[in-house]
Design a protein around this ligand. Structure first.
Ligand SMILES: C[S@@+](CC[C@H](N)C(=O)[O-])C[C@H]1O[C@@H](n2cnc3c(N)ncnc32)[C@H](O)[C@@H]1O
Length: 203
């Protein structure tokens, strides 16, 4: 679990305001998601983000989750069941580049926590061939005011190809339609993941 600055009453000494890209994605989701919203977890993994989103949308909201690994969907299902949140979630063992076939437009947030499954096979990570089409589908599904939130890893087992492809792609999004932010740790000594928010300004 990440520590969120907004959960504490002010900043803790010796700790950054927001710890990392994942915590930033959660902070942005908190700003955006309202009770009753429909949101997508494009990479369920161990279900931490799915559980977080399911809590945010409340009992009348809806979370649609995707992962290509049945092991990940099983872990996510188990986690949601234990948290009493499974009824508001719909999980698919499917690649996120099929989301447009399964989800109607009108989505508030799509979260991509890219990379490989922690405690899983590091060789089955996200790849630009499917990430970029999924990203475009997610942007098309957003309602105005919604956003695609991305935690983007690079170096190590993630390599650099997907990182570069995503950065190149988001730079091409039309400025009238999307406000695109990229936040990175400018003085990190390792390959700290970066956070990207693509907010839809108009259809
Ligand atoms: C960093 S993990 C996600 C972490 C997760 N959100 C959590 O809270 O534990 C990335 C996940 O993306 C999944 N993945 C890889 N390629 C995918 C694809 N094309 N469509 C959907 N999920 C994919 C992997 O199987 C892995 O479980």
């Amino acid at each position: 679990m990440t520590t969120l600055a907004s959960e504490s009453n002010g900043k803790q000494p010796g700790r950054p305001l927001v710890q990392n890209a994942l915590a930033l994605s959660h902070e942005y989701a908190r700003l955006l998601v309202r009770p009753g919203d429909t949101v997508i977890d494009a990479t369920c993994g161990n279900g931490g983000d799915t559980e977080f989103l399911a809590d945010l949308v409340g009992p009348d909201g809806h979370v649609i989750g995707f992962d290509i690994q049945s092991e990940a969907i099983a872990r996510t299902t188990d986690r949601l069941q234990k948290a009493g949140l499974l009824a508001r979630c719909e999980l698919h063992v499917a690649s996120h580049d099929r989301m447009a076939e399964r989800v109607p437009p009108g989505v508030r947030v799509v979260l991509f926590n890219l990379g490989y499954l922690p405690r899983g096979n590091h060789a089955i990570g996200t790849r630009s061939e499917t990430t970029l089409p999924a990203l475009d589908q997610a942007l098309a599904l957003l309602s105005v005011g919604g956003a695609v939130l991305i935690c983007l890893y690079y170096g190590g087992d993630s390599g650099f190809e997907e990182y570069q492809a995503v950065l190149d792609h988001i730079r091409t999004l039309p400025v009238r339609q999307f406000a695109v932010q990229k936040i990175e740790m400018a003085n990190a000594t390792n390959c700290a993941p970066i956070f990207i928010c693509c907010e839809k300004l108009q259809d």
